[in-house]
Design a protein around this ligand. Structure first.
Ligand code: FES
Length: 678
């Protein structure tokens, strides 16, 4: 046995020689191995668990003897008897290196553990949260060398955790002395690390050792809906996900109508600010209850939103965003006290981080999409479309990234649709129409059965069939086009023209009866001519935005398309392309990313370095303004046809043949051709 045995860590493969008697935790730290510790090696937090391997390791060229680590000690025994420890595990701060040894660090013991993704669309997130707990032993006061308790806490953090530069507000100062005395000169502090100045702020303090989980909220503040994830800041797990309608809808459905509300009504912006803050507070309370935690255990919030929502949340009058040159009050990221935004339900010291905005119409939500989908790292040309009331569109690759936003309106979220509703149990989300019989079948949220399957009525008895959500209306319109019920201009044919009673007259136009539940006291769910027009307006805005970026990039086709948005994961790529929401692309190169803005918010919540990364990336993204670009109007008009008036869709044509029908008997072609900006 040598004086300096070899220590090899797995899975990192890091290795080094250490004096006999070195604690495994110390060896790990010196080698930069990711081994967690909250108590600083005092044997009370159990975060430092490791699994030593014994025997022959030919791969590493070592043989590990049974006494390669010091013996099981009383600290470990006490921990095991009180809180349990898996057989074979040791505490890294207690076990000392005595001979050559191979040591595995299990995922739970890694600080920068990766959050396991549950589905293919979910990103790996490396944990490195801004707020963490630290346990410290603070020197007792000495009459002969007088220093303040806070200064000795700062010294202890420097010596025991290499953390310099701490600050605390008055409320923490008031609690410091009792906490230190009650904890016999040991305390646990929740420290928040800024990503700019690297100063640490004490958010909370407890006597002695405290390891109750702390939580964070990642919020995607949209014009129509507010969606949030509640995350454990220790391991990144999502404990609950929830959402509610943005109450600002009552002031205007789209962004520009909210800006005009603020312009026309003195104090209107203040009202909207209050409404959205109250909604976020209420959401925090309900999501915490859903996750089984106290809202007061939320210490961090990351918010992504478009520029108008950003200003209204902050209490900044958005009037400048309603007129060229669309100047933001600030485009930089913001780090704030939750108290300043009236988030009273959260921990009193909670911090809020807002991602940077890209430009006047391209906000922190687009930045969050860029953080999640990383077009700037892509080898091929990717188009990322974040579908919402205001669509964020990014196009680019590792050489150049362009961004714009496009006013699609709320139709894709089920608003402005006659039977439209939020994606909730009972909403129709999938639709198929038989091209021969023109008969539909559908699925509703909450059941996996098609409406024609045996047992469907029983399976939907509690939810009912209440309406049609965003992904449902996209499929319905695309299926109607494929079944020859709707022509290229978007007109629904009469029963004589389509051969089915389901296209029933409604005034001077026709509607397709998707489901008639009136006999059972339920609603009659139809796709009306007005619904098709609303979808045409929305999809034209989306397509026109994408085309504008392609013009700017000087390309006619993209390599792949990523559909994102709160319901992005539910949009069928084929139906989106039939509708002409997105440019033509090989169908297997069109994928869904789910709520990419929400994922971006979650990444920024769980990884403080990602904040600096996206702050740097937004400077590289070139913004294209749709509002003042004449070609946008031209693209918009051409994109009204389903799928498109002039652009060929060769990839789509190879897999789908759209019936060549025309229901415009008036000859003028003017029916329903009014267009407006969302
Ligand atoms: Fe806390 Fe080992 S570091 S128990």
């Amino acid at each position: 046995m040598t004086d300096h045995p070899l220590v090899i860590f797995t899975p990192s493969g890091k290795r080094g020689r250490f004096p006999v008697g070195t604690p495994v935790l110390t060896a790990a730290r010196q080698l930069g191995v990711d081994l967690d510790s909250v108590c600083g090696g005092r044997g009370i937090c159990s975060k430092c668990q490791i699994t030593p391997g014994y025997g022959e390791f030919s791969k590493h060229g070592v043989t590990v003897a049974s006494d390669a680590l010091s013996g099981w000690n009383s600290v470990e025994e006490r921990y095991k008897s009180k809180r349990g420890l898996i057989d074979g595990r040791r505490l890294g701060c207690q076990a000392q290196v005595m001979g050559d040894v191979v040591i595995d660090v299990p995922p739970e013991s890694q600080v920068h553990k990766q959050v396991i993704r549950k589905s293919a669309t979910e990103r790996h997130i490396e944990m490195d949260p801004a707020t963490r707990l630290y346990f410290v032993s603070v020197a007792e006061p000495d009459m002969h060398e007088p220093t303040g308790d806070f200064e000795r806490l700062a010294l202890a953090l420097r010596d025991q955790w290499q953390i310099e530069d701490i600050e605390a507000d008055l409320a923490i100062m008031r609690r410091l002395q009792p906490a230190l005395r009650k904890g016999a000169w040991s305390v646990t502090v929740a420290l928040h690390k800024g990503n700019h100045d690297m100063r640490h702020r004490v958010l909370d303090i407890w006597p002695g050792f405290h390891d109750a989980p702390i939580h964070g909220l990642a919020i995607d503040l949209g014009s129509t809906t507010i969606a949030a994830h509640l995350c454990d800041l220790g391991d990144g797990r999502v404990l609950a996900s929830s959402g509610l309608m943005n109450p600002q809808i009552r002031f205007g459905e789209d962004l520009m109508s909210r800006v005009s509300y603020a312009m026309m009504n003195p104090g209107g912006d203040v009202e909207m600010t209050r409404a959205v803050r109250e909604a976020i507070n209420a959401l925090a309370v309900s999501i915490a209850a859903e996750g089984g935690v106290e809202a007061a255990s939320v210490y961090e919030v990351v918010i992504v939103c478009n520029p108008v929502m950003h200003h209204l949340l902050l209490g900044i009058d958005p009037v400048e965003l309603g007129q060229a040159p669309f100047a933001l009050a600030t485009s930089g990221s913001l780090s704030l006290d939750a108290r300043d935004l009236d988030f009273a339900a959260l921990n009193r010291a909670a911090r809020v981080y807002l991602l940077p905005c890209i430009a006047g119409h391209v906000g922190a939500d687009a930045a969050a999409v860029a953080l999640s989908e990383q077009p700037d790292q892509s080898d091929d040309m990717v188009l990322i479309v974040d579908v919402g009331t205001n669509a964020e569109i990014l196009l680019g690759n590792k050489h150049r990234v362009l961004a714009c936003s496009s006013p699609t309106g709320p139709a894709f979220e089920g608003a402005q649709i006659s039977s439209g509703q939020r994606a909730a149990p009972g909403a129709i989300e999938r639709v198929q129409i038989d091209p021969l019989t023109k008969e539909p079948r559908f699925k509703v949220i909450g059941s996996d059965l098609w409406s024609t399957d045996a047992g469907f009525a029983e399976a939907t008895a509690t939810t009912g069939i209440s309406g049609i959500c965003g992904s449902g209306i996209i499929e319905a319109v695309a299926e109607m086009r494929m079944a020859g019920l709707v022509d290229q201009g978007g007109l629904i044919g009469s029963p004589e023209q389509t051969g089915t009673w389901r296209t029933t007259p409604e005034g001077r136009t026709h509607s397709y009866v998707l489901h008639d539940g009136t006999a059972e006291g339920g609603p009659k769910i139809m796709v009306t001519q007005g619904d098709i027009r609303a979808i045409q307006l929305a999809k034209s805005a989306l397509y026109a935005g994408a085309r504008l970026l392609m013009d700017e990039m000087g390309i006619d086709k993209v390599d792949r398309v990523t559909l994102a948005g709160a319901f992005g994961a539910h949009i069928s790529p084929k139906h989106a392309m039939v509708l002409g929401m997105i440019p033509d692309a090989p169908l297997d190169h069109v994928t869904s990313a789910g709520n990419a803005a929400g994922t971006g918010a979650r990444i920024a919540l769980c990884n403080v370095a990602a904040r600096s990364q996206i702050e740097a990336t937004v400077h590289q993204i070139h913004k294209v303004e749709t509002a003042i670009e004449p070609r946008f109007q031209e693209h918009f008009v051409n994109a009204s046809a389903i799928p498109h008036a002039v652009d060929p869709f060769p990839e789509l044509s190879a897999i789908v043949t759209l019936p060549n029908v025309s229901f415009n008997t008036s000859g003028g072609g003017a029916d329903g051709r009014r267009r407006r900006r969302g």
